[in-house]
Design a protein around this ligand. Structure first.
Ligand code: ADE
Length: 249
């Protein structure tokens, strides 16, 4: 996966990309990330990147010319590109999108806006996908770009240690995860469920599946509609649902 981040605040993104899994992914050449200071692409001697909005109004707007210049430079170096603009107006980022980004052959360019906005001609003059990470407003696109890169990069084969952990985790199966425990067996009067100490892998697997189903039913019942469950599992969940309603009435 290849990514380029165009930003006025490189120091906001660099530290997150140089730690932990993302650092390791880059060292292993599974992930390539370029960080580009937008100011470097402004042609005037003051390196101006923003200006007042035509028609008046508060705040400043990012000028189109430095953004076009940055994108064109990156395109020359990378070849095929896919341009993402983090924006609260965009399509909602989710696990399906993360998976698509992780498999993308083209280089992903993230254009991070700040201030009141970005000149609309950036969207009109280039093929740009606006993507939101949620219904709230951030101060700029940097944190959103990092969220998208992090969620996507960990899906690249080889980035996480064990492929099995990807298959078991929330959202890949449309179920939330079962609870995990480690040593000690008893902590402040709280015990690890006996079944996990039994060594019986078949029973443990069945218990974990039930716990995942219960967890999803209680916290995110909306996910159950898309979950691929056997008929028995669906019946079991429905029964739990009825029991919980009865116990609360
Ligand atoms: N920029 C500002 N708010 C944002 C959001 N919620 N998602 C993506 N980019 C943003």
């Amino acid at each position: 996966m290849k990514c380029d981040i165009i930003t006025l605040f490189p120091e906001m993104v660099a530290p997150a990309l140089h730690e932990s899994m993302l650092k390791r992914a880059q060292e292993r050449r599974l992930l390539e990330i370029g960080i580009h200071q937008l100011r470097d692409y402004a042609a005037d001697k003051h390196h101006t990147t923003d200006d007042v909005p035509y028609g008046g109004g508060p705040g400043m707007v990012l000028k189109p010319d430095p953004i076009f210049a940055a994108v064109e430079k990156i395109r020359q170096e990378r070849g095929e590109i896919r341009i993402i603009m983090p924006s609260p107006q965009g399509a909602q980022f989710n696990q399906t999108m993360a998976s698509a980004f992780s498999k993308e052959e083209r280089s992903l360019i993230f254009i991070c806006g700040h201030y009141e906005g970005i000149d609309a001609r950036v969207r009109e003059g280039m093929s740009v996908e606006e993507v939101s990470i949620g219904d709230y407003i951030l101060t700029g696109g940097e944190l959103a770009a990092l969220v998208m890169i992090d969620a996507s990069a960990r899906l690249i084969p080889g980035v996480l240690g064990e492929p099995a952990s990807l298959e078991e985790e929330s959202f890949s199966s449309s179920l939330l995860e079962y609870p995990q425990y480690t040593r000690p067996v008893e902590f402040r009067g709280l015990r690890v469920p006996d079944i996990l100490l039994s060594g019986n892998h078949k029973t443990i697997r069945a218990w974990r599946k039930q716990q995942a189903l219960l967890n999803t039913l209680r916290k995110r019942p909306d996910l159950l509609a898309d979950a691929s469950l056997t008929e028995d599992e669906r019946e079991w969940v429905d029964q739990q649902h009825c029991d919980e309603i009865k116990s609360h009435s």
